[in-house]
Write a protein of this length. Structure first.
Lengths: 254, 334
């Protein structure tokens, strides 16, 4: 009996072995009808209360501080995108880390389950875990100029430029920080109101945001008082919050 | 007779299942961590240890082309003969003879370190080299320039082929082998270790020194790594520049806290402290004798006479690891 049993076991294992090898071959997608679609995020940059179009390397007068300034570099991270369906379910976009600047302000996200969406959440900045998970690629590649080498973590928002009101003629704000009390990442949750973002395989709808660059100096922050931030601080946390407050949902483009 | 056959078939099934999951060429773990040490801190499942990666990392570690002026390598300030600390300089020199602000710490046993630098600002070994590579007083590079310098050097071709099967230079393909080489710098063969493993005996002096060590030093310099890799304020006075941990946390209470260094190979790594202010172990012990306790909240009762100091130093010298400093696998490749 014993010997018999063992023969069966060996045969079973052999069968497993054979099937195991066949499983090494490329798996064919079983489902040929895609049930996903894509969504675009577009960040339009504006200036001031009247939401005038914003351009890099152009001189502006700040509406509150009255300082004259020109932005030569503006980059920031958008991460952890979550889409909410009208049935209450959510879709968390995996590995969603995007580096945005006024000239690279569109993100295409594919693989989103079809359906009607009513709200989007995202983080301005990088979640705390990804700040100290070691070396990463894509948007989080440390070669992108958004990584603090001496103190692990990303620069979430980087804005640099010139101003005659600054004592050095320059300003340079590197805003980051992922641990209390100096957290420079800010989560946003934006409802589409009466609009519906309809995702299906044949369309490519866009969510348009407006990002108000003047918000950095909201308060007002005078360039005479503050022209450099290169570490975590209260000022960094406040300035990043100001910037995050300048994000609004403009419209949905079907 | 039947059972081994059964086992064999089972193993084959398992092996083939594994083969489907991991298309790895070499699966043998090329770094052996001492079994009588605590578990290592380093974690990166995407960086399996192989001889080929370590060999590539070793070449990179000793390559002066990775500095702007092509004369400073990692090994310039982390010298094997000095337990992978600097050549007994208080502060290290970088490109154009620029003087740094801190004493280069030893790189032994980085596998157990959860953070790096005197202020602990860096929290993963894989990104640690970015700091010295890109610092303007150290190697003065940018990461893209580092990659260029590797790409242009034909000597790397074979090393990359062996490690990756292709000569593809990226942040990952450069920094992960560097981590592997540093992880292979393990110090566990000192006389202290032999005594601990019952293969040797302390002299009377060393033995007394060990007792003094346990009473006065071991709470921070915890065995067997001789550090807990935490931060302590040890009473040394402000040098006008360095606030230690505060730089990272921006919390005023963290001022003057520095990472506790290992005491392994301490005989070789002089001068001491973050700015290399003490040239000898005698000076260090005397400083602890006279410390202002308000600025050293966790320092145990520390009042050693000259005989006790001598005995303690005799013990500290048993932490010198001669097999580490003579290990050809860790030396500059020729």
């Amino acid at each position: 009996m014993k010997t018999h049993n063992q023969k069966y076991i060996i045969m079973a294992l052999f069968t497993l072995l054979v099937f195991g090898f066949s499983s090494c071959e490329d798996k064919q997608p079983i489902d040929n009808s895609p049930k996903t679609g894509e969504v675009n995020l577009e960040f339009g940059h504006v200036w001031g209360l009247d939401m005038a179009p914003f351009y890099m390397n152009q001189t502006y007068v700040h509406p509150m501080s009255k300082d004259t300034l020109e932005i030569n570099l503006l980059k920031y991270y958008i991460s952890n995108v979550v889409l909410h369906k009208n049935d209450g379910s959510t879709y968390k976009v995996p590995e969603s880390y995007y580096l945005i600047d006024p000239n690279n302000n569109k993100v295409r996200i594919s693989g989103i389950p079809t359906g009607d969406y009513t709200k989007v959440d995202f983080l301005i900045g990088v979640d705390s875990l990804s700040n100290f998970s070691g070396l990463q690629g894509g948007a989080l590649n440390p070669s992108n100029g958004m990584f603090w080498s001496w103190s692990t973590g990303y620069i979430f928002i980087r804005v640099e430029g010139t101003s005659p009101q600054s004592s050095t003629g320059l300003f340079m704000y590197h805003l980051g920080g992922y641990e209390a009390p100096f957290i420079a990442s800010h989560s946003k949750s934006m409802s589409f109101g009466n609009d519906i973002l309809s995702v299906n395989p044949s369309t490519s709808p866009t969510i348009h945001f407006n990002v108000n660059a003047a918000k950095f100096w909201h308060g007002p922050v005078k360039l005479n008082d503050l022209n450099v931030i290169h570490n975590i601080s209260e000022a960094s946390t406040q300035m990043s919050k100001n910037f995050a407050d300048g994000f609004i949902l403009d419209h949905i483009h079907p | 007779m039947k059972f081994p056959r059964l086992l064999g078939a089972g193993i084959l099934v398992l092996l083939n299942w594994q083969a489907c999951r991991e298309p790895q060429i070499e699966t043998r773990n090329a770094i052996e961590f001492p079994s009588d040490f605590p578990p290592i801190s380093y974690q990166n499942p995407a960086n399996p240890f192989t001889e080929a990666h370590i060999a590539l990392g070793r070449k990179l570690f000793y390559d002066p082309n990775l500095s702007l002026t092509r004369n400073i390598s990692c090994g310039s300030c982390h010298a094997q003969v000095h337990g992978f600390a600097d050549h007994n300089l208080p502060l290290s020199f970088g490109i154009f003879g620029r003087k740094g602000k801190r004493n280069s710490p030893s790189l032994v046993n980085v596998a157990w370190m959860p953070n790096f630098m005197w202020d602990g600002g860096i929290r993963h070994l894989d990104v640690m080299p970015i700091a010295p590579l890109t610092d303007s007083t150290e190697m003065g590079m940018t990461l893209p320039l580092v990659l260029e310098r590797v790409k242009e050097n034909e000597e790397y071709k074979t090393l990359f082929m062996n490690a990756y099967g292709k000569f593809e230079v990226s942040e990952t393909s450069v920094l992960l082998p560097l981590s592997q080489f540093m992880l292979s710098i393990i110090s566990d063969q000192s006389k202290y270790d032999r005594v601990r493993r019952s293969q040797d005996k302390f002299t009377a002096n060393e033995s007394n020194g060990y007792q003094i060590f346990k009473e006065n030093c071991s709470s921070c310099h915890q065995e067997p790594l001789f550090t807990r890799n935490d931060f302590q304020k040890n009473g040394i006075t402000f040098n006008g520049e360095e606030l230690g941990r505060f730089r990272i946390t921006q919390i005023p209470e963290d001022s003057f806290y520095f990472k506790v260094p290992t005491l392994r190979n301490v005989e070789l790594t002089y001068p001491y402290m973050h700015d290399g202010r003490f040239r000898t172990l005698e000076e260090v012990l005397e400083a602890y004798n006279q410390v202002d306790r308000n600025h050293a909240p966790n320092l145990p009762e520390f009042n050693l006479n000259s005989i006790e100091k001598e005995q303690l130093i005799a013990f500290l010298k048993t932490l010198t690891d001669y097999s580490l400093i003579s290990n050809h696998k860790l030396s500059e490749p020729r």
